[in-house]
Design a protein around this ligand. Structure first.
Ligand code: SF4
Length: 90
């Protein structure tokens, strides 16, 4: 699912926080996660266990992957529980 949009609308941090997403900040990209939407399918942890590791705190560390790699994994989330906002102006 497209990780920078909800219902085809480009997301903002305000919208994500209102919708119940929690923010995991990175240098050039912030990752947002909504546990109520997560379907526990595991594409994230299989996609990049350095960035997404269940049981670690925080379980998401955006800077453990490159921006492009984080986006690739986030877009593989089928439920929409993972979203991102780029901060590098690209
Ligand atoms: S890929 Fe998405 S739905 Fe699957 S476990 Fe990760 S966050 Fe949850």
């Amino acid at each position: 699912m497209e990780g920078s949009k909800i219902n085809d609308k480009t997301i903002t941090e305000t919208l994500l926080l209102e919708e119940g997403y929690r923010k995991y900040s990175g240098e050039d990209l912030d990752i947002y996660y909504n546990k109520d939407i997560c379907a526990h399918i595991g594409n994230c942890v299989r996609g990049n266990p350095d960035v997404f590791e269940v049981g670690r705190r925080p379980w998401i560390i955006a800077d453990n992957g490159s921006v492009e790699e984080d986006i690739r994994v986030i877009n593989s989330c089928p439920s929409g529980a993972l979203k991102y906002i780029r901060k590098d102006g690209k």
